[in-house]
Ligand binder design. Structure first.
Ligand SMILES: C[S@@+](CC[C@H](N)C(=O)[O-])C[C@H]1O[C@@H](n2cnc3c(N)ncnc32)[C@H](O)[C@@H]1O
Length: 232
């Protein structure tokens, strides 16, 4: 019997935000793959899914390094791909966990592309994106009427970031951990600062909400941090 590969979104943090389908697929898995960006880190996606794991399920952590050295990257991806293919060849149900939604700024997208022509069936189970969960959690409508919402990774080129801020009514800024002061300065200049709010680790036990972004000091911003804003 042929194996099957699932990409499952586990939402941003609260284990009650998994879909019924995600829970069913996780419960039926032979192997759970928990992606990490570095060897020393734990997997947030795995801890969110942990209430639903079968006691005897095989858990495999795979490291997908965030480095610019293409040789290191390609070696890691190829080795992860070969491991997954061997499990599928053995007829296993392999579940790859993803934070939030699998098709939204996710490592899963690269894995999906590596496997989509492999001949094995692939099923992707959507998850609640972080920005949607954050809007609900904070009572912060994301977009209304004819407003334009831009979802912007703060790691993009500066001119693109400026353009997106200039033409948007509402913004979701992701990956703000590297340059938060720069982002806040731009929000101020584009009249997008008054209603801005940053949330780190939404739905996780150490969630933190910051409403006065100008007061952010030298503290390290967690990778799982997002800013919502709208024009005042
Ligand atoms: C690689 S993207 C993953 C997006 C994810 N696939 C989703 O659907 O939300 C990582 C970024 O998502 C946002 N993010 C993910 N989980 C979050 C959380 N629990 N709280 C706040 N932001 C989160 C942050 O902006 C973070 O830098």
């Amino acid at each position: 019997m042929s194996g099957i590969f699932y990409g499952v979104g586990v939402g941003p943090g609260d284990p009650e935000l998994l879909t019924v389908k995600a829970i069913q697929v996780i419960k039926a898995a032979d192997v759970i793959i928990a992606p990490k960006t570095e060897k020393k880190e734990g997997s947030v996606a795995l801890s969110i899914a942990s209430p639903y794991l079968k006691p005897d399920v095989e858990i495999l952590t795979q490291v997908f390094p965030m480095v610019s050295d293409t040789e290191i990257l390609e070696d890691a991806w190829e080795s992860n791909k070969q491991t997954i293919l061997a499990l599928l060849a053995a007829g296993k149900k392999v579940v790859f966990l993803t934070l939030g939604d699998p098709m939204f700024y996710s490592t899963y997208i690269y894995v999906f592309r590596l496997l989509e022509n492999s001949g094995y069936p692939i099923e992707t189970v959507p998850g609640v994106t972080a920005f949607c969960a954050i809007g609900s959690k904070l009572g912060y409508p994301l977009v209304e009427g004819n407003n334009i919402l831009s979802i912007i990774p703060a790691t993009i080129e500066e001119d693109k970031l400026e353009q997106a801020l200039a033409m948007s009514d509402n913004v979701v800024l992701m990956k703000v951990y590297k340059n938060v002061h720069d982002v806040v300065e731009k929000l101020n200049r584009h009249q997008l600062a008054d209603k801005a709010v940053m949330i780190s680790r939404c739905g996780l036990p150490d969630e933190k909400v910051v409403r006065d972004l100008d007061a952010i000091g030298d503290e390290k911003i967690n990778y799982l941090s997002t800013i919502l804003s709208r024009r005042s």
